[in-house]
Ligand binder design. Sequence first.
Ligand code: ATP
Ligand code: MG
Length: 251
Amino acid sequence: MQHTCLLEAKDIRKSFLYRGALSVVLEKLDFCQSEGQFISIVGPSGCGKSTFLELLCGVSLPDKGNIYFSGKEITGKTGILGYMPQDDLLFPWLNVMQNILLPINVKGGKLESAKHRAEELVPLFGLENHLFHLPAQLSGGLRQRVALLRTYMTDSRLFLLDEPFAKLDAITRLQMQTWLQNLVEKLNLTVILVTHDIEEAILLSDRIDLMSISPGTFIRSFTLPAKDRMGQTEKVELRTEIQQMLIQGNP
Ligand SMILES: Nc1ncnc2c1ncn2[C@@H]1O[C@H](COP(=O)(O)OP(=O)(O)OP(=O)(O)O)[C@@H](O)[C@H]1O
Ligand SMILES: [Mg+2]
């Protein structure tokens, strides 16, 4: 059976010019994700994970290589993939509902129908009692849910989440991971999650891709068995293997 990519990146190279020096951040990078797949990207700090997501969602351009979605080239095109950057970027002067509707507002979409849809989705995101709160009045976990719902409202078929839970305390993070796992199942989401948390990657992913540093490229890909078929020992072994590869640097 032929394996089809919903999202594909081919032979990507990305460099930055900083104070006259050129540094190559991503090189010879290939990626393929099929519909409904949950992929986590794990790698050392600074290896280019956020840079890769920015290329995928079109906010920056590669020096070389192309990105395809559903077979069509989307290199440099924004508004196709739902992107949630490393910082939640909620607007402090807008309340929860206004923040959720912001992308639709910006795109000039139909506000009334979007509002109805948001109201339907709000319980699923656990925000029903917070619609008129300002971001400063929310806990970290709630802020992340607002940002996730806002991203979901863009109607994308694929979501890029850059370390969504990194700033949360351990218990809230665990709650959010379980919540996201349920959400992904309910809505059948296709997701790329960038994370430093290997347990999180193991809990949520169908596949974990490991990125190397300088220049960043994918060096290993771990396909996980179905969630209910993965035993505790298998999880611990996988976690240890990934941890060791990260500690050793480029294996
Ligand atoms: N706009 C920019 N100009 C110059 N250098 C940049 C720019 N954006 C990123 N970089 C550099 O590219 C490299 C990769 O950055 P990136 O943010 O993609 O790493 P990351 O893997 O997401 O790291 P972290 O895990 O810490 O979030 C870093 O060395 C960073 O300094
Ligand atoms: Mg990053």
